[in-house]
Design a binder for this molecule. Structure first.
Ligand code: ZN
Length: 51
């Protein structure tokens, strides 16, 4: 399954970890329910960026 990412600066969806237009790191475009596990998601997000 591919991970859908989103650039918060451009509001652009992409599959890449970096925005194709502004080259910033994208965030995973998950449903808002993930914010419930915020301390875990921030931990996972950090690990994901390093891989
Ligand atoms: Zn962007």
């Amino acid at each position: 399954m591919k991970m859908l990412m989103k650039c918060l600066a451009c509001n652009v969806y992409t599959m890449k970890k970096k925005c194709p237009s502004c080259d910033k790191e994208t965030s995973s475009a998950h449903p808002p329910k993930y914010s419930f596990h915020d301390k875990y998601s921030s931990y996972r997000r950090k690990a994901r960026f390093e891989s």
